[in-house]
Write a protein that binds this ligand. Structure first.
Ligand code: C6P
Length: 420
């Protein structure tokens, strides 16, 4: 989109050639909804996949597929190389120090459960406290509650203000001698808030507490450097990064991963097994029991290559322009409440149209070809904080256009007219 930046209600300039980028995503032109062009604004749930990533699966299954780490034959070595190269791609993407600090999991939920079980289960005991925030997705609440029920660990929750920002002073006040772990989201999926994670990591470390970051809504929108952040764990999920479902990543500092217990037992995570005793494999293999998601890891690397080729700085710039334009246009309608007004926000707009239930809004928008997510977004405590059951949520990707924002706004105004 090359529209000039000339004031309010006008789309700002973007350096990206969106038409060319959109041509990489077959689904964006292949699908019409109710006879209308698809306007896909549910990228926070799952982003679409470019042809380069789709084709990588075909190439893998046409030329490279076998089980990995198990054979000396050509295909097994080819698949092993591709899988381990994918690990290195993820390592570079997060700027991790070593590739053995990258563990492939099923998704970010799996990554968080791994840490809760393998770190929390081994090193936390009754009365110890885990700090989270009011912004968390259920994936970063429930595993800690399971640990609470199993071990008597306590959950402490950092509050948020009306804009949907974590109140840093209150976060820091939660730390005491019993605080043993922190797990926080980088970006809120329900509100779009970008947490000041570096400051939050520094606070945790000042108190001598390790910290995990849920990057499910972050890595596709901004550069993440785990060495600069100094976080102890960082997790993300493939399908929101233009990759496939069924693949996630856990980064962990080697020293921590080495002392943690395995999450699951089975093949590949062992060095030797007798009926009396098993010796576990080195990291990362200790955490990758059984045949992993080989094809999906390789596709994830292709997705990372694709995103890198566009550039996260240009992506962020375009998405922020979409966010400003959409916010302004939705606000200008009147009668639409936007939830999440953090100063630092990713391109997510959670909204409520008058008193119309978000599910009805979503259904009516679908009638116009506009795909948004409706519901509690697996973040019920966020909804409870604002006294609402749900929102409709538009979440943008770099392939979205200003015309699609216009289509969203027109569809919302039709909802308003219908319920007038
Ligand atoms: N949020 C959304 O529509 P999985 O399912 O494991 O890939 O991702 C879980 C998850 C964890 N943390 C955050 C911040 C998330 O946003 C998500 C997934 C989707 O917002 C589906 S509920």
């Amino acid at each position: 989109m090359n529209a000039p930046a000339v004031g309010p209600m006008t789309p700002s300039a973007s350096t990206l050639d969106i038409a060319r980028i959109r041509a990489d995503f077959p689904i964006l032109s292949a699908v019409t909804v109710n006879g209308k062009p698809l306007v896909y604004l549910d990228n926070g749930a799952s982003a679409q996949m470019p042809r380069q990533v789709i084709d990588r699966l075909v190439r893998y299954h046409t030329h490279e597929h076998a089980n990995i780490h198990r054979g000396v034959h050509y295909l097994s070595e080819t698949a092993t190389n591709a899988y381990e190269t994918a690990r290195k791609t993820v390592q570079r993407f997060l700027n991790a120090k070593e590739d053995r600090e990258i563990i492939f999991t099923a998704n970010v939920t799996d990554s968080i459960n791994l840490v809760a079980h393998s770190y929390g289960g081994a090193f936390l005991s009754a009365g110890d406290e885990v700090v989270i925030t009011h912004l968390e997705h259920h994936a970063n609440i429930v595993p800690w509650q399971m640990l609470r029920d199993e071990k008597g660990v306590k959950l402490r929750v950092a509050p948020i203000n009306d804009a949907g920002e974590v109140i840093l002073e209150e976060y820091e006040k939660l730390f005491n001698a019993r605080t043993k772990f922190v797990s926080i989201t980088h970006v809120s999926n329900a509100l779009g808030t970008i947490n000041p994670v570096k400051a939050m990591i520094d606070i945790a470390h000042r108190h001598g507490v390790p910290i995990m970051i849920d990057g499910a809504q972050a890595v596709q929108h901004m550069t993440v450097d785990v060495q600069a952040l100094e976080c102890d764990f960082y997790a993300f999920t493939g399908h929101k990064l233009y990759g496939p479902t069924g693949i996630g990543v856990l980064y962990g500092k080697a020293a921590l991963l080495e002392k943690m217990r395995p999450h699951r037992g089975g093949g590949d995570m062992i060095l030797s097994v007798t009926f009396e005793k098993t010796t576990y494999n080195t990291i990362p293999f200790k955490f990758e029991a059984g045949t992993p998601q080989i094809a999906q890891a390789i596709q994830l690397a292709a997705a990372i290559d694709y995103v890198n080729a566009i550039g996260l700085t240009s992506i962020a710039q375009h998405e922020q322009a979409l966010l400003s334009y959409a916010t302004e246009r939705i606000n200008s309608l009147g009668g639409v409440r936007i939830y999440g007004e953090a100063k630092h926000k990713s391109a997510v707009i959670s909204f409520y149209v008058g008193d119309v239930h978000p599910h009805d809004v979503g259904t009516l928008l679908n009638g116009e070809g506009v795909a948004v997510r409706t519901g509690h977004h697996c973040a019920q405590p966020v909804m409870q904080r604002f006294g609402i059951p749900a929102t409709a949520r538009a979440s943008f990707a770099f392939y979205n256009t200003f015309e699609e924002v216009d289509a969203l706004v027109t569809a919302i105004s039709k909802v308003q007219k219908l319920f007038d």
